[in-house]
Design a protein around this ligand. Structure first.
Ligand code: HEM
Length: 430
């Protein structure tokens, strides 16, 4: 049944909406908290915007992650899901499957992708952060998205997976293709994803013969009741770790820095606490940045497999449901002063990393990268400021992710890099 538009409803998915979706979400939360809409792709879906409904929907087993449950054929044409994954045969990953398959794969990856592995990675993330800032610190200006927020997570995840330094530029290019065309099927996204899969399969093959201490070797080694990941599963796992961990972290650094630059008092408090070497405000601050303007605007697709009701609205079987994390995390019924950035907020059960069995498996790595990026920026470039009027900044228009296309900044140039020169084998230098 086609959607009958409510004449009072705000327009969604326009340029103004991409710039600041929060007033539209406030209207939906109040007047149409479970709202059926036509997405720019033509697919019809339910948007869930209240915190309590969002939490319930994220944990509801009647909502499947498997696109085969979609009543329309949109997933066949690639209008639903990660661009290119269907053509590249990478569909069987955590965000597209339900228990018991999900339980098995998640247990296996959890054995390899442990909090300890992430914690041991901290010095490397700090080194990458410093290296990237070295690249522009003496210039006095930079585009923080292209020169910093974009490369940091891609090199970090490549390192963690065990992609050799000399191949990491290819990954950077493939990831660039995906971020530019995310949400659509234009251009060479399908080709980039296919190349990435071929490369990953080859790498898995090599690591099987000659394992190391990296995450891909860990994925190959991981076993659960005698079961291992086969090569296709390991490739799909590496792909989803890369895909889910890349643009999200770009946006944590981008949106987070932007929020701090637009809230000078909060930024001053954080800067002072970083200088004093304190971590409490940083800990709560990262969570608040995830709540206030988080990287994931809507959780990934879910499809009703049985009749269910969300917030009193009946959802027909086969209908897609999109849980709007950005709206839920500013629900005044859950968060006091919901539109205020308060880095010291402690009562903050935000949904920025999701909820339920699909809760973000990379949250510890994301927090580590976010902390390293923000503290290093604030301490090395203390007078960092926007070099562009906020109204002129462009936001990416995709459905799932929320992030800036560019973030031009200015600052007093650093006299010289405080870091030792890098040896070629040490890190990718660009
Ligand atoms: C700030 C950065 C990040 C944010 C905001 C974020 C957010 C999320 C969210 C909201 C979900 C749940 C999606 C849903 O239920 O539809 C999710 C799942 C996931 N994330 Fe993250 N993520 C981040 C970073 C990462 C990183 C660094 C990795 C890995 C390297 C990663 C890997 C994953 C994976 C594999 C899943 C699927 C888990 C499952 O289905 O069991 N994420 N993430």
């Amino acid at each position: 049944m086609p959607v009958q538009p409510d004449p009072a409803a705000p327009q969604l998915f326009t340029w103004e909406f991409a710039t600041d979706p929060y007033p539209a979400y406030a209207w939906l939360r109040e007047h149409a908290p479970v709202h059926r809409t036509t997405l720019p792709s033509g697919v019809e879906a339910w948007l869930v915007t209240r915190y309590a409904d969002a939490r319930q929907a994220l944990a509801d087993s009647r909502l499947s992650k498997n696109p085969a449950h979609h009543s329309e054929q949109a997933h066949r044409t690639g209008r639903v899901g990660i661009p290119g994954e269907r053509q590249a045969d990478l569909m069987t990953h955590l965000l597209n499957i339900d228990p018991p398959d999900h339980t098995r794969l998640r247990r296996l990856v959890s054995k390899a992708f442990t909090p300890r592995r992430v914690a041991e990675f901290e010095p490397r993330v700090q080194q990458l952060t410093d290296r990237l800032i070295d690249g522009f610190a003496q210039r006095g200006s930079a585009d923080l998205i292209h020169e910093f927020a974009f490369p940091l997570p891609i090199y970090a995840i490549c390192d963690l997976l065990g992609v050799p330094a000399e191949d990491q530029d290819d990954f950077r290019d493939w990831a660039g293709m995906m971020i530019r065309h995310g949400g659509g099927q234009r251009g060479g996204v399908g080709r980039a994803v296919k190349r990435m899969r071929a490369y990953l399969l080859e790498l898995i093959h090599r690591k099987r013969a000659d394992p190391g201490e990296d995450l891909i070797s860990g994925l190959i080694r991981a076993s659960d009741h005698g079961e291992h990941l086969n090569e296709n599963e390991a490739a799909a796992m590496a792909f989803i770790l890369l895909f889910a961990g890349f643009e999200t972290t770009v946006n944590l650094i981008g949106n987070g820095t932007y929020a701090l630059l637009r809230n000078p008092e909060q930024r001053r408090l954080l800067q002072e606490s970083v200088v004093r070497g304190e971590t409490a405000l940083l800990d709560t601050g990262i969570e608040e940045l995830l709540r206030y303007d988080g990287p994931v605007e809507m959780a990934t697709w879910r499809f009703a497999t049985r009749p269910l009701s969300i917030g009193g609205v009946d959802i027909p079987v086969g209908d897609p449901v999109l849980v709007v994390l950005a709206a839920a995390d500013r629900d005044p019924a859950r968060f006091a002063d919901e539109n205020t950035l308060d880095l010291a907020r402690t009562d903050n059960p935000h949904l920025g990393f999701g909820h339920g069995i699909h809760y973000c498996i990379g949250a510890p790595l994301a927090r580590l990268e976010g902390r390293s990026a923000l503290t290093t920026l604030l301490s090395r470039l203390p007078d960092l400021r926007l070099a562009e009027n906020p109204e002129n900044l462009r936001w990416r228009g995709g459905l799932i992710m929320r992030g800036l296309r560019e973030l031009p900044v200015e600052f007093t140039p650093e006299a010289r890099s405080p870091h030792a020169p890098v040896t070629p084998a040490d890190a990718p230098t660009r």
